[in-house]
Design a protein around this ligand. Structure first.
Ligand code: ZN
Length: 323
């Protein structure tokens, strides 16, 4: 099997200074209980948080800073499904409020309180608990003060990572109590490696142009590529088999989270229609919904889509359809 989390570490490449700090803390067994990961969008802050979580939660690490990438804990971290890793973000808050994630504009005090309540429970599977608060600059003032209390008196075995593009927008007291890890814009070389999955020879003109225009951000580079490669798909009119054929493209690491979400939303709509028509098991629908939820909870994009496609192909085989 591919070591998934080793992949995660690889995808944070181009951030040697930041990763060096994290690795040194892990090696020394002295991981601060609160970090701030700061830097522009799309340069690996969340990926690094996921890698840190894997290092802290892995059941069979090859070293203090080397999660195995294969054990159930590593896989759950990568799939956004580890019970001891809490992503305190708009998706989390929307679920608490029973609202749409898109409608969330700030992180509220009740959200921080709910997160704190779960952090005060014992870890369910790992040795520690970790919460990633993102975007931390969206905390309303009361929420920031509640978080400050948590940072000052964390429950034992708790790790907090605050992610922000605007560190200046955080409470000064919060800033001073967390260790800051700076993420910088990625170099052209690092961006190219990430988007080609290390196959530099596979970089075409579109990719080279996107990388040059991306200002060091994977997000921007993917958006530029998305446009350049004509990946704007006819989501409304596509049949499920067309969608699934398109989804095979997610083996390609250049495709980003927004495209993956559009894809899964399309598959979800088709599956709903099939279930209503009685031509598909409700189990398929449940799996699609679960994948979409995981993706919105920061699961690794390619892994999530590939797992779902595998399930749908198996289900089609069982029904005796040609896939
Ligand atoms: Zn592991």
């Amino acid at each position: 099997m591919t070591p998934v989390v080793a992949d995660v570490f690889r995808h944070v490449q181009g951030q040697d200074a930041a990763l060096g700090l994290l690795a040194a803390a892990l090696e020394a067994g002295r991981v601060p209980h609160a970090y701030i990961f700061s830097g522009p969008a799309g340069v690996g802050k969340k990926t690094a948080a996921r890698a840190l979580a894997a290092a802290l939660l892995c059941a069979a690490p090859r070293g203090p800073a080397a999660p195995c990438g294969e054990c159930p804990a590593c896989r759950k971290v990568d799939a956004g499904a580890h019970p001891d890793l809490l992503w305190v973000d708009y998706v989390y808050q929307a679920a608490l409020l029973k609202e749409e994630p898109e409608k969330q504009r700030s992180l509220k005090i009740d959200t921080v309180r709910r997160a704190e309540a779960s952090l005060r429970l014992k870890p369910l599977e790992g040795r520690v608990k970790m919460a990633v608060i993102t975007p931390a600059d969206a905390l309303v003032e009361a929420a920031a003060h509640a978080l400050l209390k948590l940072v000052e008196e964390p429950p034992p075995g708790t790790h907090l990572v605050l992610i922000t593009e605007e560190v200046g927008a955080l409470l000064p007291t919060l800033r001073s109590r967390c260790q800051r890890v700076r993420f910088s814009p990625l170099s052209v070389d690092a961006l190219t490696r990430i988007l080609t999955g290390d196959r530099l020879d596979a970089a075409g003109d579109d990719l080279a142009r996107a990388v040059r225009g991306a200002e060091g951000s994977v997000l921007k580079a993917r958006a530029l590529l998305d446009a350049a490669e004509g990946l704007r798909f006819d989501w409304e009119g596509a049949s499920l088999s067309e969608l699934l054929a398109w989804g095979e493209g997610f083996q390609n690491p250049r495709l980003g989270r927004p495209a993956a979400e559009r894809f899964l939303e399309g598959v979800l709509a088709q599956c709903q229609a099939d279930v209503r028509a009685g031509t598909r098991d409700a189990e398929d629908l449940r799996r699609v919904f679960e994948s979409l939820t995981r993706l919105r909870r920061n699961a690794a994009v390619s892994l999530t889509v590939q797992h779902l496609l595998l399930h749908l192909r198996r289900a089609a085989k069982k029904r005796g359809e040609a896939s």
